[in-house]
Design a protein around this ligand. Structure first.
Ligand code: ADP
Ligand code: MG
Length: 684
């Protein structure tokens, strides 16, 4: 077990008070101490300012382009500043209380500056300097100082002393658990060398190698866990083979009012293969808004019912449930398939009838919200569960649904294109199908970004669209923390629009506080073209389909995430009309401006989601903590995606070739087992 179990009280030089302090950092063993990594390093490496993050400690060399100016505050304090040309940037340098430097600084001199970078102001608040001819004397270029995150009462220097003491006595206990094949294949540092470089780095290159090794190890272990889970799931007995009649399915597909796109055909084949096979289907179906996932789901459902099983379709909102119900009824009832709707607002009497018909097998397809798992629905022979927009469902619901009925196949659909890095971590135990093609003849939505002060232009345009017979959405932001205030936004906007357009143009209002029946009424009125403009909060986001709507106006667009904006935009452009999306925003940050820019440049959900991931980081991508994005110690899902791909390929190979049983892999196998056990016993 190596150093995993050596308690710190065995280390010479770590007394009770040190132990107590380390305990505050949840460090009780030698292994835990070695595993406590620095969260950053102070370095004096020269940096490229155009990519340096705000507030980073930077080291630059440049040419002084303006004379130093000193201003005094009171007797003791002063500020010295001048402009410095670094590459082709001219930045502001400020020294505090070092006015005496003025005599040394001449225009045209070359100087090295170390200090804190203010990206917004393009300025460095300097802490150290060296004239070009004395560079090495004053500034140690190679310095790499680890900085650990500390808690109250524990000093950085103390911690480093304890670490050093422990390291000297116990570094020999660090064991390798990657097999030599992998170490050699990627020229990885061994585990001891990696730890040494992480805690006691001597140069950046070595630190990079240590990081590379640790990243690979972390991602490989993670992928091994996923692949083991996937293998177990596949091997579990009880999966069903859904033996539909191929000819009947062909007839159904031929009855559709359009030809399937190539991508739809491909995923239909992938899904049907899963249905026929006796192993469990656990498949994620990704496709941009409007790519035609519903019809694919209908094909899977048709096949399931044809083979004598029932199917359930679960969605996050009642509006969406209704729309799916309407569409699937239209598609499937001509073939004698009985479809029903079950939501939170289904009346008790109807519920009972539905339950009975489901239990007897008279009903073939049930569509609904959480009621499908919360209710005590008994299925006669449940063969397939489809969920739409499943990232709104937690892992637990996934499991609950899988446990209902007789081991149904499961298909998760999502219109939030998930960047591959996240797809293979968060949904790594699933198979993935992608519809990467829109039906032919779609006109790309034109997206434009306006400032609030240009609202008049947007409204004039909107008036013309309405005059041509089209309909319009206007979305007001709704963010959880300030729900009341935002609700007011929707109310205000609604009132303003009524005033602007006058009584001749009916304008609806939709928000989360409305009762389900009220929402339905508004939605039906909009679908029936009785309402010309719908002012709404983001309840409209998911799946709503009104082909006559051609314009989407998003108010305060900077307050939305990119993927959400893309989702909202997907509500228009669903018919044959040229459609528009207007983003109304005055973003203050660079990041905000960049997001607006990206939206106007791309209509491709995968491009947008990748940029969203880069701008927001993996943890925030789904907008909530329950998304199941794993926390890694060193690996970064955005930066390390190549390593992730490699680790995944290796993990798949290791599992499928059953390498874990080989002697070389014994340690690795143990480690994976420990992690799996730790996870199984974790309380959450
Ligand atoms: P998604 O759920 O993926 O956003 P939908 O399934 O709602 O997309 O499909 C969007 C629209 O495109 C629907 O009106 C649907 O009938 C239509 N559609 C789907 N597949 C095709 C196709 N292959 N050709 C033409 N129209 C299609
Ligand atoms: Mg859909």
């Amino acid at each position: 077990m190596g150093n995993a179990t050596i308690p710190l009280n065995q280390v010479k030089g770590i007394g009770p008070s040190a132990q107590e302090k380390l305990q505050k950092l949840e460090i009780e063993t030698v292994a835990e101490l070695f595993d406590y990594f620095p969260f950053r390093y102070e370095t004096n490496e020269e940096v490229d300012l155009s990519v340096a993050p705000n507030e980073a400690r930077v080291n630059v060399v440049g040419e002084i382009v303006t004379p130093a100016v000193v201003s005094y505050f009171g007797q003791k304090r002063n500020r010295l500043s001048f402009k410095l040309k670094v590459a082709h940037l001219v930045i502001q340098i400020t020294f505090f209380n070092q006015g005496y430097l003025k005599a040394k600084l001449n225009v045209g001199d070359s100087i090295r500056i170390i200090g804190k970078w203010d990206r917004q102001r393009q300025a460095i608040s300097a802490s150290k300097y060296a004239m070009a001819d004395e560079t090495t004397a004053t500034v140690d270029d190679k310095k790499m100082e680890p900085v650990y995150s500390m808690t109250e009462g524990v000093k950085q220097s103390q911690f480093q002393k304890w670490l050093r003491t422990t390291w000297e006595q116990y570094q020999h206990t660090i064991e390798e658990y990657l097999p030599p094949t992998l170490i050699n294949r990627y020229q990885l540092l061994n585990r001891h060398a990696a730890y040494e470089a992480i805690h006691f780095p001597t140069d950046l290159q070595q630190l990079k190698q240590a990081r590379r090794r640790y990243t690979y190890e972390e991602l490989l272990l993670f992928q091994l866990k996923l692949q083991l889970m996937r293998q177990r799931e596949k091997e579990q007995s009880g999966g069903i083979s859904i033996k539909y009649e191929v000819q009947a399915l062909r007839t159904y597909i031929a009855s559709l009012p359009f030809e399937l796109t190539g991508a739809q055909k491909r995923v239909v084949n992938e899904i049907c293969g899963d249905l026929l096979s006796a192993t469990h289907m656990n498949r994620l179906l990704q496709g941009d808004v409007g790519s035609g996932k519903t019809v694919v789901a209908s094909i899977a459902i048709f096949a399931t019912v044809n083979a004598g099983y029932q199917a359930a379709l679960m969605v996050p909102t009642e509006i969406l449930a209704e729309q799916h119900f309407a569409e699937l009824t239209r598609l499937l009832t001509p073939f004698g398939i009985e479809v029903a709707l079950l939501t939170g607002s289904t009346k008790a009497k109807n519920r009972r009838v539905l339950h009975e018909r489901m239990a007897s097998g008279a009903l073939h397809v049930l569509i609904g919200t959480h009621a499908l798992i919360q209710d005590d629905v008994v299925y006669h022979r449940l063969g397939l569960v489809v969920t739409d927009e499943q990232h709104r469902f937690g892992v637990k619901q996934r499991r609950a649904f899988r446990e209902k009925g007789e081991q149904p196949d499961v298909l998760f659909m999502t219109a939030t294109p998930i960047p591959r890095t996240l797809a293979i971590t968060v949904f790594g135990e699933m198979d993935v199908s992608v519809i990467n093609e829109l039906p032919a003849g779609r006109k790309p939505i034109e997206t434009r970004w306006f400032k609030h002060e240009q609202m008049a232009d947007v409204l004039a345009f909107t008036r013309r669209e309405i005059a041509e017979g089209r309909q319009v959405y206007m979305v007001a932001p709704l963010i959880e923390e300030s729900e009341n205030m935002d609700l007011q936004n929707a109310f205000d906007l609604h009132a303003q629009m009524q005033q602007y357009f006058g009584a001749a143009i009916p304008i609806g209002l939709m928000h989360g506080r409305l009762k389900a029946v009220e929402k339905e009424e508004v939605m039906h009125a909009f679908e029936a073209d009785e309402i010309k403009m719908l002012v709404t909060t983001t309840v409209i986001e998911v799946g709503v389909n009104v082909p006559n709507a051609s314009t989407m106006i998003i108010y305060d667009a900077e307050r939305f995430g990119l993927s959400q904006l893309h989702q909202l935009r997907g509500r228009v452009g669903r018919g044959g009309y040229q459609s528009y999306c207007f983003l109304i925003a005055d973003p203050k940050s660079e990041n905000g401006k960049e997001r607006m820019q990206i939206m106007t440049e791309s209509n491709d959900g995968f491009v947008i989601s990748q940029r969203d991931l880069e701008l927001r980081g993996a943890g925030d991508f789904f907008g909530n903590k329950q998304s199941g994005v794993p926390q890694f110690k060193v690996a970064d899902l955005v930066e390390d995606y190549r390593v992730l791909e490699v680790a995944r390929t290796d993990a798949i190979q290791i599992i499928s070739e059953r390498l874990l049983t080989q002697p070389d892999y014994e340690r690795l196998a143990q480690k994976v087992q420990w992690q799996l056990q730790a996870e199984a016993t974790k309380i959450d």
